[in-house]
Design a protein around this ligand. Sequence first.
Ligand code: ADP
Ligand code: ADP
Length: 226
Amino acid sequence: MNALDARDLQFAYPDGTTALDGIELTIEAGERVAILGPNGAGKSTLLSLLAGLREPASGDVTYFETDDPADALRDRIAHCPQAPADYLFNATVREDLEYGPAQLDVDRADAEARIADLTAEFDLDGLVDKPPFRLSGGEQRRAALAAALAVEPDLLLLDEPVADVDAGHRETIFDALDRRNEAGTTVVVSTPSADLVPRVADRVVLLDRAGSIARDGPVRDVLTDG
Ligand code: ADP
Ligand code: ADP
């Protein structure tokens, strides 16, 4: 089954900047895909379109081979934006972790168990009662990822998920993503760093500065022959 199919996506910002130009992308359920490209290539724009947060000027995206739009699939698709603070808008980190499951009417005891597990997994024990804006950038990143995972989505769209994160906690995040992927979750990660790609993905989609796909294939092929 395909997790998503993007057909001929075009997107320009109101000031006329073309951010995406003719994106064709099919991702199968269970894949681990990196979206790689320099700053300004359109990675964040692409992830926000795939998450249904922006409408393409033309083209379309389908999910799980259904006709449902992204906003009808909040239980299946999670997007973590580049700025993790955009995902943390409650009074405390704990409330942010509770927010997604509550929106989806997850049983209270089940939600509390998920949150306890995520708090331990993402090393948030000393942080859950703090307001998110008191956290460091790397701490906010971990909290936002944990909040996204609290809904147990089938498709994860993560914009630079280890930006600002220290080396030890990068491994925490990579291991967490591996566990979800081994359980069947499709994981799509953007990064400007080719070095990170082999750790997070089997397949890499390379965006060029014009917002088009320059290369798309297995990591070892795309990253070895330039
Ligand atoms: P990346 O995530 O690869 O760094 P972005 O998707 O953020 O790239 O940006 C793609 C292009 O769109 C860049 O040229 C950027 O300057 C431009 N851009 C991003 N956001 C806006 C905006 N709100 N208004 C105008 N241009 C934007
Ligand atoms: P919309 O207005 O687009 O429906 P919401 O802000 O209500 O968006 O969030 C919809 C879904 O996005 C939630 O059910 C949850 O899955 C996820 N989500 C958004 N922000 C958060 C957050 N801070 N913590 C946890 N989940 C979030």
